[in-house]
Unconditional design. Structure first.
Length: 61
């Protein structure tokens, strides 16, 4: 999986729930998900934040 999974329209593609936060930080910056361990999974972060997708999480911030 590449760090920047975006299509030609620059929309965020669907990330797998097992993507690690440390991988997402490579794309969205070191301040992505502060206080969350780098080895945490995206699915865990989404549950914790009460959203169902990475797009929703990014809009929430």
């Amino acid at each position: 999986m590449t760090a920047a999974n975006r299509d030609q329209d620059e929309r965020i593609s669907e990330k797998h729930g097992n993507t690690k936060v440390e991988t997402l930080r490579q794309t969205y910056g070191e301040d992505f998900a502060p206080g969350v361990r780098g080895d945490a999974k995206l699915s865990t972060l989404l549950k914790r934040e009460g959203v169902s997708s990475l797009s929703q999480l990014l809009k929430k911030k």
